[in-house]
Design a protein around this ligand. Structure first.
Ligand SMILES: [Zn+2]
Length: 88
């Protein structure tokens, strides 16, 4: 399983989530600003899924740009994620 670098943060507030120093997967991490939170396991899962989707969409748009130069700006609606990785 890939390990995400950096710190888990709130996608809306862009602040680090707060949690225990040595967290277990079941420990809860929460945003100190808006209170959004989940267990470490779920936060991590969501962030990893998000990273995979970003990689996939980059590959996709790259392939598109090379083949079709026509203006096609329609974007696939992005899934809303609650958590992000803040650069460490
Ligand atoms: Zn927040």
């Amino acid at each position: 399983m890939p390990k995400a670098d950096g710190q888990f943060g709130c996608a809306r507030c862009k602040v680090p989530l707060e949690g225990p120093a040595k967290p277990k997967p079941s420990d809860r991490f929460t945003c100190p600003v808006c209170g959004t939170g989940d267990s470490l396991k779920n936060v991590e899962g969501e962030v990893l899924q998000q990273m995979q989707e970003q990689v996939a969409s980059k590959v996709f748009s790259g392939a598109r740009d090379s083949k079709y130069v026509k203006v096609e700006r329609k974007r696939i609606p992005k899934r809303l994620y609650r958590f992000i990785i803040l650069p460490g």
